[in-house]
Design a protein around this ligand. Structure first.
Ligand code: SAM
Length: 232
């Protein structure tokens, strides 16, 4: 039996590529985006009452990780990428039906548009449904997950003076908390856990319309080198 679903909207996100997106929502509160609803859900009736809600669950499609053959085991980056686990024990993007879920903050709403923060979603992500967060039911006292017991360890992030000046200028132009966004995302250390960084290697990721470059002066610290307009 098959069921068909279709998007109720698409996310316009600060994240233009998968690299450097936090592994879960809420890890980078400055990660913002807009969920643009499509007809008929772009009408005021569809969001009536949502102004009473601080957070929503989004059910979405990992549209850039879809695969024909379902995997039973995956290698979560959190475990260093060298240990495999049952797909249903993880939040891996490669999964049957390619469905993701994230709880995100609702900053502002207007018909057809929901402004979100704390997102972990790629630009263009198709959203299948929105559900209000219900604190009494969604917070589970005593819950545990020994595999993902705590948020990832943060690395200290520092700026070169020119990079910080560039970021502040672009933040003004975009009206976005860009300095915080870059610091919060890079502090999670986007590099695959199995890779030991060489100090001279430059890493890069896209945020909004910008390319951000950094390096690891030591394996346990990040220094941002520049923040420049992306070519495309
Ligand atoms: N919170 C969600 C969940 O638990 O289902 C997503 C967790 S998943 C581990 C988070 C990663 O998904 C991000 O770091 C990003 O690289 C990737 N991602 C986000 N949006 C995506 C999309 N539309 N297609 C493919 N990968 C995506």
């Amino acid at each position: 039996m098959t069921y068909s679903v279709s998007p109720i909207g698409f996310v316009r996100s600060c994240f233009k590529e998968k690299f450097a997106i936090p592994r879960q929502p809420q890890l980078a509160p400055a990660a913002r985006g807009v969920l643009e609803l499509v007809a008929p859900f772009d009408q005021p009736e569809a969001i009536q009452g949502l102004e009473q809600v601080s957070h929503v669950w989004l059910l979405f499609v990992f549209h850039q990780a879809l695969e024909d053959k379902p995997r039973l085991k995956v290698r979560p980056p959190r475990l260093g990428g060298n240990q495999s686990m049952g797909v249903f024990a993880t939040r891996a993007t490669h999964r049957p039906n390619g469905i993701g879920q994230s709880v995100v903050a609702l900053e502002k709403i207007e018909p057809g548009k929901l402004w979100l923060s704390g997102i972990d979603l790629l630009d263009g992500t198709p959203v299948l449904d929105i559900k209000p967060y219900v604190p009494y039911a969604d917070q589970v006292p005593g819950a545990f997950n020994h595999m993902a017991a705590a948020a990832p360890r943060l690395l200290p992030v520092s700026w070169s003076q020119p990079a910080l000046e560039q970021a502040e200028l672009h933040a003004q132009r975009l009206s976005e908390p860009l300095v915080a966004l870059i610091e919060q995302c890079l502090a999670q250390d986007p590099r695959p856990a199995y890779q030991t960084p060489e100090p001279e290697r430059r890493y890069g990721a896209k945020f909004w319309d910008l390319d951000v470059h950094w390096h690891y002066p030591t394996p346990a610290e990040i220094r941002i080198l520049d923040v420049v307009l992306a070519n495309d």
